[in-house]
Write a protein that binds this ligand. Structure first.
Ligand code: GLU
Length: 435
C-alpha cells in the first residue's frame, strides 16, 4: 500500500509550490543568499511518529523559532515569578524588532518579540552563570527538544552580529531600565548564537511535538520541561507567535505557532501533533509565505483549529436501560468515550432528570477510555448522592479507568467487572456493609 499521510503531504506541497511571492530575509546578509526554492513539511505525532515530505532534512537557522523554547528554559531554570517580573505576556501587535517596552516598568511586552527574547536569553541557566554557560544551556536545552545535538551556524551568526545594531539598541534600552542586568553586547551575542542554531524541518516538528506532548520529547522519551511550563509557552505562542499577524493567524489557522526569518514555521497542537514547514520567502510580516499557506490548508483539512468545537458530549451516554428482573433489576448507565466536564455534566443531567426507580444502579465504564479529574469527581458525587437517596451503586470498571473510587461522606460504591455482577450481588444493609 502506498503511504497515505506522505502522499497527502506531497499533494499539499505541490499545491503551494507555484507561489513564489515574498522574499528571503535581507537584513541578515547570509540569509538573503538562501535558496528560496526550498520547501518542506513535517508532522510529528505525540507518540513519536515523524512524517516528512520535501526538503525536510536541509539545515537552516532556527532564528525566532528558538524564542518559545528559550522561554521554556528560562521558566524552568528561574521559575515563573522572576521571569514574569522581567517579560510580560501581552501581544504587542507590533513588528518583531519594534523598540517598544511596557510603559512604566520598561518590561518587554512578551517573549516572542526581540526585546522579550533578548531578556529571556539572559534569564536562562542559573542566576550566577556567565554568558558562555547560558549559551551552553540554550544549546543543550534546544537539543533536548529536538532529540539530537544541535550546532551553531557560525557564518550566519557572524553575519547577523555584524548587522545587529537594532538588537543592540534594544538591549541597551533594556539595560537602561535594569530589565537586563548583564552587558548588552554580550547578551545580544548569546541571543544571536541561539538564533543561529541549525535545525531541519524534521527537528522542528519533533520540537513542536514535545510541546504538544506535555514537555516529553515523543521520540527520546525525555521530559524536557514540565507540563506547567509548556502551558505557559503554548499560551504565549498562541497570542504572540506570529509577529504582528497574530490575530489573522488565530482566526484562520488556530494553532499555537512560531515563525522564524530563515523561513521555518512551527505549530503545536496540545495532545495531538507538532507541525513544521520550511520555505524561505517571507511576507511583509516576516512569516514564510508558503509556510502560512501550508498551515492554512493543513488546519482546515485536518480539523486542527483549536477553537473548533469537539464532537458533542451527548455521545457519552451510549444507552440507559434496565437489566435483570425485580427485585434485582439494575438500572444501567452505559457510558463511552473520553469523559471531561461537558460529558460528565450530561451524565449528571441524565441521572437527575430520570430518577431511577430501581434500587440498584450501575454506571458502566467498560467503553470509557479516559476520565479527567473533574469528571472523576463528578461521577463519584453522582454515586454518593445516589447512595444517600437509598440506592446501591455499582461501578462497572474492569480496566480501572476511574482510579480510587471513593465517593466520600455517606457514599458507597461497589466496583464490579461486568453488569451481571450488579444483578447477582447480595443486597447491602443500611450501614453500607453487604448484608
Ligand atoms: N535573529 C533574528 C533577530 O533577532 C531573529 C528574528 C526572527 O526570526 O524573527 O532579528
Amino acid at each position: 500500500m502506498r503511504p497515505i499521510i506522505p502522499d497527502y503531504l506531497a499533494e499539499v506541497l505541490g499545491e503551494v509550490e507555484p507561489d513564489v511571492s515574498g522574499a528571503p530575509a535581507a537584513y541578515i546578509p547570509e540569509l538573503a543568499g538562501a535558496d528560496p526554492e526550498r520547501l518542506g513539511v513535517a508532522l510529528a505525532t505525540v507518540d513519536g511518529q515523524v512524517y516528512g515530505v520535501g526538503d525536510v532534512d536541509v539545515p537552516f537557522t532556527i532564528q525566532s523559532i528558538s524564542k518559545p523554547f528559550a522561554y521554556a528554559l528560562a521558566l524552568a531554570d528561574r521559575g515563573f515569578a522572576p521571569v514574569l517580573a522581567k517579560v510580560g505576556v501581552e501581544p504587542s501587535g507590533e513588528a518583531f524588532n519594534e523598540i517598544s517596552l511596557e510603559h512604566g516598568t520598561g518590561r518587554p511586552l512578551n517573549p516572542m518579540i526581540n526585546a522579550g527574547a533578548i531578556t529571556t536569553h539572559s534569564l536562562t541557566a542559573a542566576a550566577d552563570s556567565g554568558p558562555a554557560e547560558r549559551v551552553e544551556r540554550v544549546i543543550e536545552g534546544l537539543s533536548a527538544f529536538a532529540g539530537r545535538p544541535l550546532a551553531v551556524d557560525e557564518k550566519v551568526c557572524a553575519s547577523e552580529l555584524a548587522h545587529a545594531h537594532r538588537n543592540l539598541a534594544i538591549a541597551h534600552m533594556l539595560r537602561s531600565h535594569d530589565v537586563l542586568t548583564q552587558d548588552p553586547a554580550v547578551t545580544v551575542e548569546g541571543y544571536t548564537r541561539q538564533c543561529a542554531l541549525l535545525v531541519t524541518t524534521r527537528d522542528l516538528a519533533v520540537m513542536a511535538a514535545t510541546l504538544a506532548n506535555r514537555g516529553v520529547n515523543p521520540v527520546t522519551g525525555e521530559q524536557v520541561v514540565t507540563e506547567k511550563v509548556v502551558r505557559q509557552v503554548l499560551s504565549v505562542m498562541f497570542s504572540c507567535g506570529m509577529y504582528d499577524a497574530a490575530g489573522d493567524w488565530i482566526t484562520q489557522v488556530g494553532i499555537p505557532a512560531k515563525s522564524g526569518v530563515a523561513g521555518g514555521l512551527i505549530g503545536s497542537l496540545p495532545g495531538r501533533i507538532g507541525i513544521a514547514t520550511f520555505s524561505p520567502r517571507l511576507d511583509h510580516h516576516g512569516n514564510s509565505v508558503r509556510g502560512v499557506s501550508l498551515f492554512e490548508r493543513l488546519s482546515s483539512d485536518m480539523g486542527l483549529h483549536l477553537m473548533g468545537v469537539p464532537p458533542t458530549a451527548r455521545a457519552v451516554l451510549r444507552s440507559h436501560h434496565t437489566t435483570g428482573t425485580p427485585p434485582h433489576a439494575v438500572r444501567v448507565l452505559d457510558l463511552q468515550g473520553g469523559i471531561g466536564f461537558a460529558e460528565a455534566e450530561r451524565v449528571v443531567r441524565e441521572v437527575q432528570n430520570t430518577t431511577p426507580a430501581e434500587n440498584r444502579i450501575a454506571i458502566d465504564l467498560t467503553r470509557v477510555h479516559s476520565i479527567d479529574d473533574v469528571a472523576r469527581r463528578m461521577i463519584l458525587e453522582i454515586t454518593r448522592r445516589l447512595t444517600l437517596d437509598g440506592h446501591d451503586v455499582y461501578l462497572v470498571d474492569p480496566e480501572t479507568t476511574l482510579p480510587d473510587p471513593d465517593p466520600g461522606d455517606g457514599g458507597h460504591v461497589t466496583v464490579v467487572r461486568e453488569t451481571g455482577e450488579a444483578v447477582t450481588a447480595p443486597a447491602r444493609d443500611t450501614d453500607g456493609a453487604p448484608s
